[in-house]
Write a protein that binds this ligand. Structure first.
Ligand code: TYM
Length: 333
């Protein structure tokens, strides 16, 4: 069955191995299935829900687009664009905000995490951000949305908004209810310092994550220092329970070597971490260094990146503005 794929990544600084394994790597394989129609967005409107420096934001938009291309996304096969170039996202978000309920948003765990203790000081944008995400997806009639585990709740909210709109306006087929595509075993890459915490760009410790632009030396050093436990590696998946660091490192190895977890476990069963870490570090260097090299090369040609984004935005706008036109008619404007 052909799928219409939509996904997005925030341009908020260094992309890391979690973004790559949880999302971008999967974007590339979905793109390479000729049955799929793929749209990938640099979600800059989402980025400003937390304070950004304008110069850095511009740089990060280009860097995220460069990371997409360097990882294997092809602007001739997929639509690649940045969100703020297509006004339908903001417009759709307003209308959907009148459908979503406060009670639904109050349940969003990511808002609670990001707002921290002092919710009163969080921006309204941060609170309503999942509505913008719903607009992103619903404007393109996306059937499937590849994301990491942390976005699952936002996808459920998107489905709720779509269903409520269709029901309230007696338009049963207007919005498509999208399915999340969340990869088993690789949808939540954890911090290298604490296997119970998600790998994240907001972690103050650089040693918690591998960035896509880390040098080989930085990668080797970070893997060397990654937290482990005292046991040798297990001989089956059950042996990973209560061993979050081992599970995480074996998961990273499996994803980057394109094999399932049980094959990786067989490969390293009974071995100690120091041996495994050497193989893991060299695999990460093999996979990440070419991407990092390509990102830097692309960043030297800003005109090219800007053109990819602008051309992509024109194609995206043609789809999204038509949907907005119909949405407005249904609402009664
Ligand atoms: P963002 O920018 O935080 O992350 C981009 C993608 O990377 C995944 N990810 C991870 N996957 C596995 N392990 C990790 N440690 C990890 N950290 C991040 C995220 O799940 C995500 O898939 N709201 C979204 C962006 C967005 C979007 C959309 C996504 C906006 N509109 C529409 C899909 C469809 C976000 O902030 O992702």
């Amino acid at each position: 069955m052909s799928k219409k794929i939509f996904s997005g990544v925030q341009p908020t600084g260094n992309l890391h191995l979690g973004n790559y394994i949880g999302a971008i790597k999967n974007f590339v394989s979905l793109q390479n299935d000729p049955d799929n129609y793929c749209i990938y967005c640099v979600v800059d409107l989402h980025a400003i829900t937390l304070k950004q420096n304008a110069k850095d934001l511009k740089k990060n938009i280009r860097e995220t687009a460069a990371a997409f291309i360097a990882s294997g996304l092809d602007y001739k096969k997929s639509i690649i664009f940045n969100q703020s170039l297509v006004s339908a996202h903001s417009e759709g978000s307003w209308i959907l905000g009148c459908i979503a309920r406060m009670g639904w948003l109050n349940r969003m765990t990511q808002f609670k995490e990001k707002a921290g203790k002092d919710k009163e000081k969080a921006s309204i944008g941060l609170y309503i951000y999942p509505i913008l995400m719903a607009a992103d997806i619903l404007l393109y009639d996306a059937t499937h949305v590849p994301v990491g585990e942390d976005q699952k709740q936002h996808l459920e909210l998107t489905r709720d908004i779509a269903e409520k709109f269709n029901l309230d306006f007696n338009s049963p087929d207007f919005f498509v209810t999208p399915e999340p595509l969340i990869q088993k075993n690789f949808s939540r890459i954890m911090s290298l310092k604490d296997g119970t915490k998600k790998m994240s760009k907001s972690d103050p410790s650089e040693f918690s994550r591998i960035n896509l632009n880390d040098s080989s030396d930085q990668i080797l050093n970070k893997i060397k220092k990654a937290k482990t436990d005292a046991e040798p590696l297990p001989d089956n998946e059950n042996g990973l329970s209560n061993r979050p660091e081992a599970a995480n490192l074996l998961g990273i190895y499996s994803s980057l070597s394109d094999q399932n977890l049980s094959n990786t476990i067989n490969e390293f069963s009974g071995k100690n971490f120091s041996e495994f870490k050497k193989k893991l570090a060299s695999l990460i260097v093999d996979r990440i260094s070419p991407i990092s090299f390509e990102i830097n090369k692309l960043l030297n040609d800003q005109l090219f990146i800007d053109k990819v984004l602008k051309d992509g935005a024109e194609k995206a706008d043609a789809i999204a503005s038509k949907k907005i036109e119909n949405l407005k008619k249904i609402v009664g404007f």
